[in-house]
Design a protein around this ligand. Structure first.
Ligand code: ADP
Ligand code: MG
Length: 593
């Protein structure tokens, strides 16, 4: 008696007939974005299905994906107990679904083009591609960067400059893709994520921009996997910083624009990892681990235990009936962490106000770098869409990848429920946000002999020394603003404040200490606001611990020659950095002398 195969691919003809009978309505592969796209939401979630290749179809695989404007349909092939082919239809409603015939042009026009003017206007725009290895993440991101180049330089004001930095992240190992040196990821005293050691290079034209960004991505660590002959083993993050140089606008402390383009390492099915070398297996584990961090800890423990149990069971079953029979049913093995972690945390933000949402961004370098894209609130003084985030879930059209694709799309779907990003009210007491004029009048008011001061009682004033502080001695450039002041190392401040001899060192130190207290208070206030947004009773608990940590760090930093750091500009422009390579000397104008 002939035994029937348990491999769904053996029933290709039956499945294709079923698929043809289910697709009653004509399905468009080329969506047109709804008119409200980017108008009403801060996060746009898209899916993109890559084409099925002839070689894959020739091997008996078949196409199970349909993109219909805002609905991604997966017709998952399964076999029932009698080994009869059955289709399990799953659909995911997203902001935009790009099918197999969609081009990089159409993805760019609908998803990415609106981000360029938002970033040029001072927003912090993030574009992230994630999904299984070989589903077109790098193809998409490279295509978008190519198209972005021209638009970016067309949108720029004459006084704006563009700087680029690029890093790759393999596990917690971060490397600069321009200088190839090691990079440290840390949060600075203003709560900004800094990539210390990453080179930032100025680019003056679209051509130069492309040469640098694509060249950097080409240096990424790649190795052939079974799915993709040049699979990227690491996450690649390209930061494009748009800096204003008009002295009047710098003096007013306008926000710098950021465009962050993130091409995440692909997750792989366990079945695809069977022929990997031990080194590759270790890398896959690292990638999967770094994709798994932003989760509520208890959920993490439970989920890991569950996944281990399921994997054990799958391996046992695998030995008997073969992976292909099981994979489409169970949803594929391997990593599925990044989407789970970041998206879950972000999506959960608004759902249950009674529970405090703990987002352990520091648990991995990846989530720390992406923190601003997933935070529930932003502080940017930009009115429209200060922190737009576009997520492109890349999926394969193939029957054998159904489980993995469903998993990728499930987390894209979860992100659709994310609450809108709150914009924190401007804080007039935040020194880093002061304009040039506000910073100068504060310095003036802080002078012990100034009639308007009120920061020291007369007795203390006596001990603190006398004198008058000349604001322009501390902030010599007309464009020097509150940020210049807040970022100034203590020694520089003291040297400038006491240079004329009109102010005693003791008095200068008091003023500097007061400035630092304001910086710390601002962060505490902002932190409280964010904790409140995350909700719940526990908000106050974490607060003390956090404040103690902050104060200790501020104290430590105060005595260090503080590096001049910029909002998400990982390091100073190259010519200013220790390596002193490349272009970018113009950035120096903002640096305290
Ligand atoms: P990933 O970065 O997700 O691992 P890649 O972007 O490297 O995948 O794509 C894998 C292969 O598929 C590459 O050869 C790429 O050229 C091809 N590819 C991906 N998406 C498309 C697409 N939309 N159209 C044509 N080819 C594509
Ligand atoms: Mg890739």
């Amino acid at each position: 008696m002939q035994t029937r195969s348990r491999d769904p691919l053996a029933y290709k003809a039956e499945f294709e007939a079923l698929i043809a009978s289910q697709s009653s309505s004509p399905i468009s592969d080329l969506p047109t974005a709804p008119p409200q796209f980017w108008q009403t939401k801060d996060i746009q979630v898209c899916a993109r299905t890559r084409p099925a290749f002839d070689s894959e179809l020739a091997q008996g695989n078949f196409d199970i994906m349909h993109a219909d404007q805002t609905r991604q349909v997966v017709l998952q092939p399964t076999l029932d107990l009698a080994l009869r082919p059955k289709l399990k239809e799953q659909h995911f409603d997203l902001d935009c679904c790009f099918g197999q015939t969609a081009t990089n042009d159409s993805v760019y026009q609908q998803v990415c083009a609106p981000l360029v003017p938002l970033a040029v206007g001072g927003g912090h725009a993030t574009l992230i591609a994630y999904g299984q290895t070989g589903t077109g993440k790098t193809y998409t991101m490279t295509g978008l960067l190519e198209r972005m180049a021209g638009d970016l330089f067309r949108c720029l004001r004459a006084t704006q400059q563009v700087y680029v930095s690029a890093v790759e992240l393999l596990g917690d190992d971060c490397t600069c893709l321009l200088s190839h040196g090691p990079v440290q990821v840390r949060e600075d005293r203003f709560s900004r994520i800094q990539l210390e050691g990453a080179q930032t290079q100025r680019v003056c034209s679209a051509d130069e921009f492309l040469r640098l960004t694509l060249g950097a991505l080409a240096h990424r660590r790649t190795e052939a996997t079974q799915r993709n002959s040049t699979s990227s083993r690491s996450h690649a993050l390209t930061h494009i910083l748009i800096r204003e140089t008009d002295p009047a606008l710098v003096a007013a402390n306008v926000a710098e624009g950021v465009l962050a383009v993130v091409d995440l390492a692909g997750s792989e099915r366990t079945g695809d990892q069977t022929e990997h070398t031990p080194q590759r297996m270790a890398e896959a584990r690292l990638i999967n681990t770094s994709l798994m961090t932003l989760k509520v800890p208890t959920m993490l423990v439970l989920l890991v235990l569950l996944v281990l149990l399921v994997l054990l069971a799958i391996h046992a079953i695998h030995a008997f009936i073969g992976w292909r029979r099981v994979a489409p049913v169970l949803g594929g093995g391997g990593a599925r962490g990044w989407a789970q972690d970041c998206i879950k945390a972000r999506a959960a933000g608004g759902r249950d106000g009674s529970k405090h949402l703990h987002i352990p961004y520091r648990a991995s370098r990846l989530t720390l770098i992406l923190r601003d894209a997933f935070e529930l609130a932003v502080r940017r003084p930009v009115k429209a869409r200060p922190a737009p985030l576009a997520v492109i879930a890349c999926v394969s059209p193939l029957a054998t990848d159904a489980g993995h694709s469903i998993n990728t799309l499930r987390y894209a779907g979860a992100l659709m429920a994310a609450p809108p990003t709150a914009v924190l009210a401007p804080d007039p007491n935040d020194p880093a946000a002061w304009s040039s004029q506000a910073a100068r009048s504060w310095l003036q008011g802080a002078s012990p002999d100034h009639p308007a001061h009120g920061w020291l009682p007369p007795t203390a004033r006596q001990g603190a020394g006398k004198g008058r502080l000349d604001p322009s001695a501390v902030l010599p450039e007309p464009a020097d603003n509150g940020r210049t002041l807040a970022e100034m190392p203590e020694q520089t401040f003291l040297a400038r404040a006491t240079a004329s001899g009109a102010l005693s060192l003791v008095a200068a130190k008091k003023i500097y200490t007061d400035l630092w207290a304001r910086v710390a208070d601002t962060r505490t206030r902002q932190r409280k606001q964010i904790m409140k947004l995350r909700g719940g009773r526990r908000a106050a608990d974490g607060q003390d611990e956090w404040a103690a940590e902050l104060l200790a760090r501020l104290e430590e930093e105060k005595h260090q020659p503080s590096p001049y750091v910029r909002v998400l500009a990982p390091s100073r422009p190259a010519a200013e950095g220790p390596a002193g390579q490349g272009a970018g000397s113009e950035g120096r104008q903002d640096q305290p002398a």
